[in-house]
Every structure is written in C-alpha cells, then in structure tokens.
Ligand binder design. Structure first.
Ligand code: NAI
Length: 286
C-alpha cells in the first residue's frame, strides 16, 4: 500500500477521492485550508511552502501519487486568488514533490483541469502564457481588462495554464522518464459545494442555462471513479493526457475542433523529437 497526497481533501471531489483511497487501504495525506492532515492556505507563498514541507515530512521521501483537487471557482474580484490556488497551488507543489514521486518508481498524479478550458470565450492567450511562467501580476492585469466576465475568464485561464504546464512536464525525463504518470482530468459541472455556490450566485441562471447533453450534473463519486482509474496500473500508458468527463458540453460546442491534423508549424518539433528520441532513450524497449 502506498502514500498519496490529496489537496482539497475537505470537500467535494477531493474528499471523495481521499475516501476512496483510504477505503482501498492507501495512506492519504489530505491538504486543505480548513481541515486535513496538513492545514495550509495555497493562496499565498507561505501557505504553499508550509504544505510542501509538511507533506514531505509526513511522506518520508516517497509519494506514490497525488490528486490535486484544491481549487476555487469563478468569482468577481478574486482573479488573483484563482491564479494562486489553481495554478501555483499545483505547479509549485508538484515540482517540490517530484523527487518523492520519482522515488516511488511508478507514481501517478491527477491534476484537476476543467471543461471551461475549451468552452470559455475571451480568454487572453498572453495571460495564459504568463500564468504558466508564474508571472501572476501581468496575467491578472490582462484578465481584469475583460470587464464583466473577468471571473470566468480568470478561472478558465488558470485551468488552461495548469493543463499546459502538466502536459509539458508530463513527457519529460524527470516525469515520464522517472516512471511518473502525470495527467489531467477535465470535468464539466459536478454537483459539489463549488458548483452549488455558483448556482446560487448572481450568475446562477447562466450556469443552469449552459448546454449539457447528459441532462444531469456529474457527481463527486463518478469523478473519483475516473481518478481511481488514473491512479491504477491502467494508467501506465497514460501520459500528459486530458480526460474530459463533462456530460458532452465540449463535444456539443466543438464537435470538429479535435482531433485535428498536425499543423505545418509543428512539423519541425515532430522531426526534432524523432531525431532525438533514439539518442536519448525515449523509445519503446520490446
Ligand atoms: P469544492 O469547493 O467542493 O472543494 C475544493 C476544496 O479546495 C475545498 O475543500 C477547499 O477548502 C479547498 N481549497 C480552496 N481554496 C484553498 C486554498 N486556498 N488552500 C487550500 N485548499 C483550498 O470543489 P470541487 O467541486 O470538489 O472541485 C475540485 C476541483 O475540481 C477544483 O480544482 C475545481 O476547479 C475542479 N472542477 C470542478 C468542477 C465542478 O463543477 N465542481 C468542474 C470542473 C473542475
């Protein structure tokens, strides 16, 4: 049995995942701002440093996996906090724990994205790039220019940024090459306290009106089933993937946007990867 860290373990999806892992006999280090083995506020650098250090001390140098579910939803006037928790609350922690994941040999990490990444308009690409680079002041400034919609835009930008970060890290020698499987789960609306607060807010009618082919919200239990699969041996061949579990909204709005052929400007990257892969051992042994 292994040791798993679950952020956001006090509520909703994180709580359901922590319960499933414990029921399977795993040791869970829950991290949350209000309840858990490690109580830390991921919205500021001190809180993130404390979470990193306390988890490392409890894990004793080895982590078999992580579920990064701490997050805050769209909301006016909290663009900065959204970026701190949803981006740095993942990227800083995972980078700090990479050696502990590598020590396990076959660690698996699930990060929460969202289908808002592919269904939210007006997200400035430059803001996303800045979030990935950790330049929060500049990113938040750009996001706040989207007056009236800066809350949803901040949320979508934060989730695109953390997804891009994960996909780039996932394929590197330090991650895939060290046996770590890092993947993203992108849910649509799941009936948790986060969604309930959105439904009860001034923008609740817009959330309710959003098209949902399944005609039902998801549940935390369903999502935790997907997480358990992404933490299981079935995930050995899953690297840098984004698993969309969203009741069909993404397919409804963007039926032909992907898969799509490799664009011409990406061909040099493909050729370079093909040239380097055998030299760097990044090919299958069989
Ligand atoms: P939730 O609100 O039920 O749980 C989130 C947890 O994160 C809470 O326990 C909360 O205390 C913790 N948290 C928030 N700010 C924190 C901070 N500063 N420091 C430490 N912990 C903090 O939300 P839910 O729905 O379970 O969301 C889990 C993840 O799934 C989030 O990343 C969310 O963005 C994502 N997601 C949720 C969807 C939904 O419809 N519920 C849809 C798409 C993605």
């Amino acid at each position: 049995m292994g040791t798993f860290v679950v952020t956001g373990a006090a509520s909703g999806i994180g709580k359901a995942c922590a319960e499933r892992l414990r029921a399977a006999g795993e040791t869970v280090i829950g991290v949350d701002v209000r309840d858990g083995e490690v109580v830390a506020d991921l919205s500021n650098p001190e809180g993130r440093r404390a979470a990193i250090a306390e988890v490392a001390a409890l894990a004793g140098g080895r982590l078999d996996g992580a579920v990064m579910a701490a997050g805050i939803g769209p909301g006016a006037d909290r663009e900065r906090m959204i970026a701190e928790v949803n981006v740095l609350g993942v990227t800083e922690l995972l980078d700090a724990w990479q050696a502990a994941f590598a020590a396990a040999g076959d660690a698996r990490v699930v990060v929460f994205g969202s289908n808002s990444t592919t269904t939210t308009p007006m997200v400035p690409r430059r803001a996303v790039r800045r979030l990935v680079a950790g330049e929060l002041d500049a990113a938040v400034k750009q996001i706040r220019r989207r007056r009236g919609v800066s809350g949803p835009v901040a949320y979508a930008a934060s989730k695109i940024a953390v997804t891009h970060w994960c996909r780039a890290r996932a394929v590197t020698d330090d991650w895939a090459g060290s046996g770590i499987r890092l993947n993203v789960l992108a849910p649509g609306p799941v009936l948790t306290p986060l969604l309930r607060s959105q439904l009860e807010s001034s923008t609740g009618s817009q959330v309710r009106a959003f098209p949902l082919p399944s005609r039902r919200f998801g549940t935390a239990e369903q999502i935790s089933d997907w997480v358990m699969t992404m933490l299981s041996p079935a995930a050995d061949f899953l690297v840098g993937s984004v698993i969309v579990v969203d009741g069909g909204t993404d397919a409804l709005i963007r039926p032909r946007d992907w898969p799509r052929p490799l664009p011409l400007q990406s061909v040099p990257r493909l050729l370079w990867a093909m040239y380097r892969a055998p030299r760097e051992g990044r090919v299958a042994q069989y």
